[in-house]
Design a protein around this ligand. Structure first.
Ligand SMILES: [Zn+2]
Length: 147
């Protein structure tokens, strides 16, 4: 069974921006608008989570963030309920969120909250492993993520 990240990425790509707070800072600065968003980034049941198929979901894993808009540029800060995301996985989240928010990818900061019961994913490493004849399988979180 292969790990599939695309449903979670599609959910992030379809995130709903909900304007709920608009603030204007005093002074010469342009008005600053702030919006919040949230998207479910839970892996589908059956996807691999540390080499074991995901059997239950106790609570959804969320991507939560804020979008700041100064009238010219948008900036996004996003925290994801995943253990880690690296390389191409991080770049994909950053790009999809930027597209959804109308921001430049370089203006999107994505961080994981690092709980150990959530996915740890490196799409670049997965791609390299898939090119091998008999790729090793992840055996346990402790072996792949020792902290
Ligand atoms: Zn850790």
């Amino acid at each position: 069974m292969r790990r599939t990240i695309f449903p979670a990425i599609c959910l992030v790509g379809a995130l709903l921006l909900l304007p709920d707070l608009r603030a204007t800072l005093a002074g010469d600065a342009a008005p600053l608008c702030l919006s919040t968003f949230q998207s479910d980034v839970t892996l589908p049941l059956g996807d691999l989570l540390y080499a074991e198929p995901l059997k239950t979901v106790e609570h959804p894993l969320l991507a939560k963030g804020v979008v700041l808009d100064d009238g010219g540029k948008r900036y996004v800060l996003c925290a994801v309920d995943w253990c880690t995301m690296r390389n191409a996985a991080h770049a994909t989240f950053q790009t999809k969120i930027a597209e959804a928010a109308g921001a430049e990818p370089s203006h999107v900061a994505v961080q994981c909250v690092h709980q150990h019961t959530a996915p740890s994913f490196d799409a670049s490493a997965e791609r390299l492993l898939q090119q091998q004849e008999n790729p090793p399988q992840l055996s346990a979180p402790a072996k792949t993520h020792p902290c």
